[in-house]
Write a protein that binds this ligand. Sequence first.
Ligand code: ADP
Ligand code: UDP
Length: 236
Amino acid sequence: MEKRDLIYEGKAKKVYATDDPANLIVCYKDDATAFDGMKKGIICGKGAVNNRMSNYLMQKLSEKGIPTHFFEELNDRETLVRKVAIIPLEIIVRNISAGHFSSRYGVEEGIVFDTPVVEFSYKNDELHDPLLNDDHAVALKLASRKEIELIRSYALRINECLKEILSEAGITLVDFKLEFGKTDDGSLILADEISPDTCRFWDSMTGEKLDKDRFRRDLGNVEDAYLEMQRRLLGE
Ligand code: ADP
Ligand code: UDP
């Protein structure tokens, strides 16, 4: 396997072609952004933590029957993944109120929901990722009704798996964002990443935030929070 051209540089990762058209290499950066790209910074070591944690969690999910893009961890920051056509939806699953849920609906953070909330945003930077429902997504031809139903059921299963893995590590899964894509043969798989950049993790005992909210809200000890999550999950 050979690394070829840089085909995309996003806010948190670089994506390279390989000699196999079915695969890509993603390279995780230390760059951090928040508030629609308005706040920028560097979280030293973040790229390596996110790479390893995302790969670990995706492997656990695939053991539970969730298809993912994970193929092979190449080094600290780089992973070989299956190339997909990303469905331009951000799927957010919430177990506890926080972030935009709290600000949008005017409620405090920390309300535990009786059942998880699944929410979709249109992944479109120019439009600032607007919230949408199933009908909007179908009308905009972002995905078919069937695909949306499959995405929803995967998202809920992923939530159950992640909650279990994290609770064993003393972590409460507050909310998280997923992206799915389609392979050349048309199958739907989990793509992108699962990391402290894309999830809210609270220490189950103390309530301490161990995710990107430390950066967003200038809470300090940002690098330590990422390393603590790595230690809890990967034991190193
Ligand atoms: P952003 O584009 O939001 O700035 P990143 O910096 O994380 O995000 O860039 C990674 C890009 O790669 C994202 O646009 C994501 O949708 C895309 N991506 C993730 N996994 C895959 C995959 N398996 N195949 C193709 N594209 C992917
Ligand atoms: N999230 C993400 N990328 C986005 C928007 C949200 O990874 O572009 C994650 C975020 O880290 C959190 C969850 O999705 O775990 C819910 O985010 P929310 O809608 O509350 O928005 P935020 O306050 O994070 O901007």
